[in-house]
Write a protein that binds this ligand. Structure first.
Ligand code: PEP
Ligand code: MN
Length: 337
């Protein structure tokens, strides 16, 4: 990090700033230039509050030369992180497919969907028990009962389960859940992220509706700073001016996140597009872009779905897409599962 000093900076103000930085374990190196004086900071600058530095009388501007995320940064952890979920590995070069309904609705629905997904090639079962809905009048999920039904489906199929947490208060209900999902709307719920940093379960962290990749990585950093290194980043589309799709899938996020971070990357083409007919091409594009996992919504009867009916695949369509996904993965020398 470089601090550019004002031309009229008072020596006393500069000294106070340097002392404050030293107290944080940072070495400030004062460099006098012909036109501008600067301070180069050496040390872990993630502890420096840029706004606070900017608020000092002597400071004109601040430039970061290194990313503010350390634990999620590939520079400090060159090898890919591989996250194990039972006998499945995410980030090892294989491709994991998390499939299942938007919401868990009843026992018959979740079991029949889970069985069909597994038969078609899914390696993990997704399903929402706590649903973040735009309208308070929409179906809110079966909550604890939904998690129990997911566990039944897990017993029936042997597939690990992925489901969303909305509040720390519900954490105990997730004891037997294999992957805890943090939804787009909670990507910056920092209290929730901190609490998840204290547990040892894999976290599927979805990108917020209007968040940058750096913000996504900083949210991963929150979880990792608490000691939980098992974070899977998930691109699920972002809000843009485009209205023909539910969101805009930022496919470039996949290789870029993998360059910037060692964490595995998942893509959710269902919420990214909201359109059944786009799921196949976006799934293939995600595999080609290097995604470690896909999260896809599948419902045994999408027309009767209590949420996101318009974007959920039938098991038959899902099976058809999986055949193509499998061939493409194999073309890249990767296996599914
Ligand atoms: C979901 O996966 O069920 C979901 C609500 O997704 P997102 O948080 O990406 O909108
Ligand atoms: Mn959904």
């Amino acid at each position: 990090m470089i601090i550019i000093l004002r031309k009229d900076a008072q020596a006393e103000s500069v000294r106070r700033l340097e002392d404050a930085l030293k107290a944080k374990g940072i070495s400030p190196n004062h460099i006098e230039g012909a036109n501008q004086n600067i301070i180069g900071l050496v040390g872990d600058t993630s502890v420096v509050d840029v706004d606070n530095v900017l608020a000092q009388d002597c400071v004109e501007s601040v430039r970061r030369v290194q990313e503010p995320y350390k634990k999620a940064n590939r520079k400090f952890h060159p090898d890919d992180t591989v996250i194990s979920v039972k006998d499945k590995h995410i980030g090892s070069g294989s491709l994991q497919i998390m499939a299942g309904p938007c919401s868990v609705e009843n026992e018959k629905q979740i079991i029949s969907t889970a069985v069909a997904c597994k038969e078609a090639g899914a390696t993990m079962l997704r399903g929402g028990a706590f649903k973040p809905r735009t309208s308070p009048y929409s179906f809110q999920g079966l909550e604890g009962e939904g998690i129990k039904l997911l566990l039944k489906a897990k017993q029936e199929t042997g597939m690990p389960i992925v489901t969303e947490i909305m509040s720390i208060a519900d954490l105990d209900l997730f004891a037997d859940v294999d992957v805890i999902q943090v939804g787009a709307r909670n990507m910056q719920n920092f209290k929730l992220l901190k609490a998840l940093g204290q547990c040892d379960k894999p976290i599927l962290l979805k990108r917020g509706l209007a968040n940058t990749l750096e913000e996504l990585l900083m949210s991963a950093e929150y979880i990792m700073a608490g000691g939980n290194m098992n974070v899977i980043l998930c691109e699920r589309g972002i809000r843009t001016f485009e209205t023909m799709t539910r969101n805009t899938l930022d496919i470039s996020a996949v290789p870029l996140l993998k360059q910037k971070s060692h964490l595995p990357v998942c893509v959710d083409p269902s919420h990214a597009t909201g359109i059944v007919s786009l799921i196949e091409s976006m799934s293939l594009a995600s595999v080609a872009a290097g995604a470690d996992a896909l999260e896809i919504e599948v419902h045994c009867d999408p027309k009767s779905a209590l949420s996101d009916g318009g974007q959920q695949l039938t098991p038959d369509k899902f099976a058809e897409i999986m055949k193509k996904v499998k061939s493409l993965a194999e073309y890249f020398g990767r296996t599914m599962g």
